[in-house]
Design a protein around this ligand. Structure first.
Ligand SMILES: Cc1ncc(COP(=O)(O)O)c(C=O)c1O
Length: 435
């Protein structure tokens, strides 16, 4: 296949480099991909943090096929189909108590923007319409739509796109390698970083702030695990000032940290939770916002024949996505996958941390089945060293990901020890070769 003249403008990809040396995948099953030459590739990243039950699961495939044959599309505005209600119930049942309402979207980015709009509108329907400020965090990733990049904190994702949403501010990130490097699990130091929210309250006044959005574990900026007590402190400050707390669980949702949601792993319940990816095991695009009942209830005012929330997508609760979601949740339940990371995480952590001391490794971070191995950047060429390791691992038949100079791992939750050994062994050999 000649990809050099290709019409495909690839997302988040070095297009020119890729098209000279394409990496094409054409088949997937269980823990593996196969490339267009039939070469087997071990998946260390669950596709893109989404294929939590592993690839090509029969139950999910069959559910999608059956749904496509039965009903392809159902309008989601003023109409619905039974599986939308069923999936919403099943998702709510997995969420922390009191988070019983589910609004469907098609991606993480759409879910983020939906949650931000919900937060603004929630305050307005309660008569606090002056709460218009949204607070994000440095180094946060909340997808690529305008709301998400506004509250996000990744410079490259922001700098090209103008002034974005007004009235947004950011608390500082929690990365503190001087005190926390090579921590196994949650870092001991840094709960006080949450107090940065008090600084913004002092600056803007709480009465102007609608919501704070954070990833419980930041993934796209290099796997940053929250310090012990940090999320609790954030919750306390939000409660004190009437600010909504939004968790972006797009990568942490559906078992990644050893529980259905990171909210449960860390024992902190937000007001709104943003999910996508693992909701359908990556098989059909779908996202959702899970809301506290009290937030939904606040909207249920005024004449009953009027729409309460002017928001939604043509493909919200798409029948194929709902069918895939139900089959995915069945698969997770039948195989205990939403808590399986608890059994594997110790071996995973031990294996990753054994990379300490390998050439150019400067930190290892982990929680559940998420791992980050940070490398020293090449002088003046950030991200290049890690990308070289990525290419070498791919050549050796292991798919990993890089964010900056951090190697990020997020394997399917069905992973076995032999796969962990293979992934870590391949990274080790690549690091040594590159040195
Ligand atoms: C935390 C977080 N939020 C939002 C998104 C955006 O999701 P999507 O790419 O489905 O729009 C991602 C994607 O990786 C993510 O990691």
């Amino acid at each position: 296949m000649d990809t050099t003249q290709d019409a495909y403008w690839m997302p988040f990809t070095a297009n020119r480099q890729f098209k000279k040396n394409p990496r094409l995948l054409s088949k997937a099953s269980g823990m593996h991909y196969w490339d267009d030459q039939g070469r087997e590739i071990l998946d260390g990243v669950a596709g893109l943090w989404c294929v939590n039950a592993g690839h090509g699961r029969d139950k999910i495939t069959q559910a999608i096929q059956a749904q496509a044959a039965e009903m392809d599309f159902c309008p989601p505005f003023q109409m619905a189909h039974p599986k939308a209600f069923e999936l919403a119930r099943r998702v709510a049942d997995l969420a922390p108590a009191g988070m019983g309402k589910v609004f469907f979207t098609n991606s993480g980015s759409e879910s983020v923007d939906t949650a931000l709009k919900m937060a603004l509108a929630y305050h307005r329907v309660r008569g606090e319409g002056q709460r218009t400020r949204l607070i994000g965090r440095e180094r946060g990733y909340h997808g690529v739509n305008f709301g998400g990049i506004s509250v996000g904190g990744m410079v490259a994702n922001r700098k090209m796109f103008g002034s974005m949403l007004g009235g947004v501010d950011h608390i500082r990130h929690t990365h503190d390698p001087a005190r926390n490097s090579y921590t196994v699990g949650q870092p001991a130091h840094g709960a006080e970083f949450a107090d940065d929210l008090e600084r913004l309250v002092a600056l803007h006044d709480a009465s102007t702030i609608a919501a704070v959005i954070v990833e419980p574990v930041a993934g796209s900026t290099g796997v940053l695990v929250p310090p012990v007590g940090y999320l609790q402190r954030l919750r306390e400050i939000c409660d004190k000032h009437g600010i909504l707390l939004i968790f972006d669980e797009v990568i942490t949702g559906f078992g990644r940290t050893g529980n259905p949601f990171a909210a449960q792993t860390f024992g902190v319940t937000p007001d709104l939770m943003v999910v996508a990816k693992g909701l359908t095991n990556g098989a059909v695009p779908m996202g959702a916002v899970i809301a506290r009942d009290s937030i939904y209830d606040a909207f249920m005012n005024g004449p009953e024949h009027l729409i309460e929330f002017f928001h939604g997508y043509t493909y919200s609760a798409h029948p194929l996505a709902c069918a895939a979601g139900l089959a995915t949740l069945d698969t997770y339940a039948e195989e205990g996958l939403l808590t399986r990371a608890q059994q594997v995480q110790a071996y995973f952590a031990e294996s990753l941390h054994a990379l300490r001391g390998e050439p150019n490794v400067i930190d290892v971070r982990n929680i559940g089945l998420v791992g980050g191995i940070e490398l020293a950047s090449l002088p003046g060429e950030p991200a290049k060293r890690a990308f070289g390791i990525f290419l070498d691992c791919y050549k050796e038949g292991v798919l990993i990901r890089t964010t900056g100079d951090t190697l990020a791992l997020s394997p399917p939750l069905i992973i076995e020890r032999e796969h962990i050994d293979r992934i870590v062994g391949t990274i080790r050999a690549a690091l040594r070769r590159a040195a």
